[in-house]
Design a protein around this ligand. Structure first.
Ligand code: BTN
Length: 264
């Protein structure tokens, strides 16, 4: 399924003792789909989680809102399957998990790039110097959270669709040198473990850290979502539940889900 080239990264991840097993595919449709298939073909034993699914290439990489995710080699693509039994069990769990996962990715990127340029676009897009560097697709099934992460590490921009090439960046572009995605993967897993375990244990530090990286605070934004059928207003950051605060001319909105379509 995977070549020996990946073994040092797999060993480093397993040695940390958090991840129970790693499935690494040279090519797969989508790591989120691979995780679903692997987890739900038999009765799931939650003691075998967290599990990690990684792919060198995806043929049907999926983004939020049924979009496609451009998935060539050079993009670090993974799905982390964690038991939701062991996470908080409250309604805001989903949105907070999205924010905490995004923060972990941002912190991992900040280990390689200029940290002050790493920002989060609510709920969990990661930006570097104003361009998107990572996206996250979270799904759930049978008390398992599937945290799908696509992080651009070392992309060949000459083969990118033009709308992506103009709006996206990668770790290597930002660093001005080729960065190996396996090196980034090992650091990312450390950040994910730290973020998820901290949040799960009730530590609220993620809120301050998230606000410091908020791309939208103070900007005029356009949002659309379950509670917001088109709002334009000034973003005032996030509240303690991770909701986006938007002030328009009528009132202040607190959004649990949605998409920021534009910001300036
Ligand atoms: C987005 O910004 O819309 C989220 C993109 C998430 C992409 C990742 S790549 C690994 C995992 N597998 C998928 O099919 N999607 C996620």
């Amino acid at each position: 399924m995977h070549s020996n080239l990946h073994q040092p990264a797999i060993d480093a991840i397993l040695d940390h003792g958090w991840i129970r097993d790693v499935q690494w595919y040279a090519e797969i449709d989508s790591t989120n789909l691979a995780a679903r298939r692997a987890l739900f073909k038999s009765t799931l034993d939650h003691s075998t989680l967290p599990l990690l699914f990684v792919a060198d290439r995806q043929t049907s990489g999926r983004g939020r809102y049924q979009r496609q995710w451009w998935s060539p080699e050079g993009c670090l693509m993974l799905t982390l399957a964690v038991s939701s039994h062991s996470l908080l069990n409250r309604p805001e769990e989903w949105s907070q998990l999205a924010l905490v996962s995004g923060l972990a990715v941002a912190n991992a990127v900040a280990r390689f790039a200029n940290s002050v340029e790493v920002q989060l676009k609510w709920p969990n897009d990661v930006y570097l110097a104003g361009k998107k560097i990572a996206g996250i697709l979270i799904e759930s099934d049978a008390k398992v959270w599937l945290i799908g992460i696509g992080l651009n590490v070392c992309m060949d921009w000459s083969s990118a669709p033009s709308e992506i090439a103009s709006k996206a960046t990668c770790v290597s572009t930002a660093c001005g040198r080729r960065v190996n995605s396996k090196v980034v993967l090992v650091e990312l897993m450390e950040e994910l473990q730290r973020s998820l375990e901290g949040w799960r244990s009730g530590n609220l530090d993620w809120q301050t850290a998230w606000r410091e990286r908020c791309l939208l605070t103070g900007r005029v934004i356009h949002v659309q979502g379950a509670e917001a059928k088109g709002i334009a207003g000034v973003c005032e950051g996030i509240d303690s539940q991770g909701r986006l605060i938007v002030r328009d001319e009528h009132r202040v909105h607190f959004l649990t889900a949605g998409e920021v379509l534009a910001f300036r």
